[in-house]
Each structure stands twice: as C-alpha cells, then as structure tokens.
Write a protein that binds this ligand. Structure first.
Ligand code: SF4
Ligand code: SF4
Length: 153
C-alpha cells in the first residue's frame, strides 16, 4: 500500500523526505508540498506516515481488502506514545489498531557511531553490522548441511 500526501494538510516540513528509505518522498519545488514521486518503489514501511506531524500522509489500500470507498488513516500521538490505524471498509465496517510508537525507551538505541569501527575481516563473515550483539543473542542460528533435504520432497 503505497502512500500519498494530502497537499492541503502538508506544510512542507520535509520530515517524510528525511526518513524515507526509498528516497521517493520529495518536496515539489513549485507548491513546496511533499509528494510520493514513485509509488511503485514504496517499501510500505510507513515511516513517513508515522513521522508526519500534520497527519498529511495517507495510505492507498490494495483493492482486495480496500476497494473504492475505503480509507486507511493513521494517527501518531507522541504524547501518548502511540500510533493508531483506522481501517474503514467500503461496507462501513471499521477496524482500529493501536500500537506503541516504539517498544524500547527513547534514547536507548545506540547509533552507528557509538559502535566500534568495522574492520576488513568483517567483510568475510555472514553477519551484518552489529550482529549478534544488537539482536541481543549470543550467536546467529546455524543450519548444517545434513539438515537440507536432497531431491524432491
Ligand atoms: Fe518512503 Fe516508507 Fe513512506 Fe514508502 S512508506 S514513501 S518507502 S517512508
Ligand atoms: Fe508534508 Fe508531512 Fe512530509 Fe512534512 S512530513 S513535508 S507535513 S507530508
């Protein structure tokens, strides 16, 4: 479900531009309002939806669950620490979900600069940066060759 912007609500602050991992939220140079330049490349991460202080970004539902007449609205309430989703179906049914903005205390996650610099041997391992410490496990799970099934099941 890609996103789109209600231009009358957007004030052009640029938070969605900064947070979008796909770099597809841009500010229109003429209107000074944000828009999604390429919905097909949307990761559907909804970071922009949750970051928008004006609640100006909405979600285009897929036709299978939200055909014409639906709406998917999200509300970020920082003082309550919650993100609420309101799904309205075409037949009038409504579903509401509330979840915490985050499950760990603010400021408790280390930034990349707070970790030791990587060294060149790290390129030879299967682990990603900060694994396994950042996952709070001793080591990543492994699978041995004998556990793979050979031939048709
Ligand atoms: Fe970018 Fe994610 Fe928003 Fe899509 S949902 S526009 S990928 S921030
Ligand atoms: Fe507009 Fe919201 Fe993006 Fe700010 S975060 S530029 S208000 S859509």
């Amino acid at each position: 479900m890609s996103t789109f912007v209600y231009m009358t609500s957007c004030d052009g602050c640029g938070h969605c531009v900064d947070i979008c991992p796909s770099d597809i939220m841009h500010i229109d140079p003429t209107t000074r309002r944000a828009y999604n330049i390429e919905p097909n490349f949307c990761w559907e991460c909804y970071s922009c939806v949750k970051a928008c202080p004006q609640n100006a970004i909405d979600v285009r539902g897929y036709a299978d669950f939200a055909p014409m007449g639906h709406s998917v609205r999200v509300l970020r309430e920082e003082e309550k620490g919650t993100v609420s989703w309101k799904i309205k179906f075409r037949d009038g049914r409504e579903k509401n979900f509330v979840s915490p903005i985050r499950t760990t205390p603010w400021g408790s996650i280390k930034g990349p600069a707070e970790y030791e610099d990587p060294n060149t041997q790290d390129f030879a391992t299967q682990q990603l940066a900060h694994e396994p410490d950042a996952l709070k496990i001793d080591s990543l799970p492994t699978i041995s060759r004998s556990q793979f099934v050979e031939g048709p099941l």
